[in-house]
Design a protein. Sequence first.
Length: 178
Amino acid sequence: MNVSTIMHRAVVGFGVRSEHSCSPLVPATVAITLKRKILRLAGYMWASPYTISGIAIGLLLAGRFRRVDGVIEIHGPAISYFLKRLLLPAAAMTWGHVVFGQDEMMLNATRRHERVHVRQYERWGPLFVPAYLLCSLWLYVRRRDGYRENPFEVEAYAIDDPSSHHPNGSERIDGKWL
């Protein structure tokens, strides 16, 4: 085996031999798909302490549940009440693979932003909330904005700024709703 063959296999993948396939190797996409599923499951497990407690909170607050793209979205009057009375009032808040929203319209308006936080929970797992709070505290101590300048929020706002969307789905351009 020469160097170019080794490099090609490293980039494309080795594949799996199969007596049922037309080519001697099954495409590497089979291995990639399996790897993605394993990583996805690992992300769910790593974030599960928050997800489980989020489901329990939703049940205790008599929230309305729905599953959207593998994430549980919960809204209702009691959830809306608490979100509006947080230290920083929120339209929505992510807790593992659970997103709490004031109502369905707010969940729709904040979905892309909150999905960034879901992915952050998958990466950071049980360390996410302490890391988020420590970043905010550090920024506040330095007299900076502990919310908007928090690296976790910076990442989420880079993907989507919910304040640029009207809850009915229209976009804000140059300060005007379309």
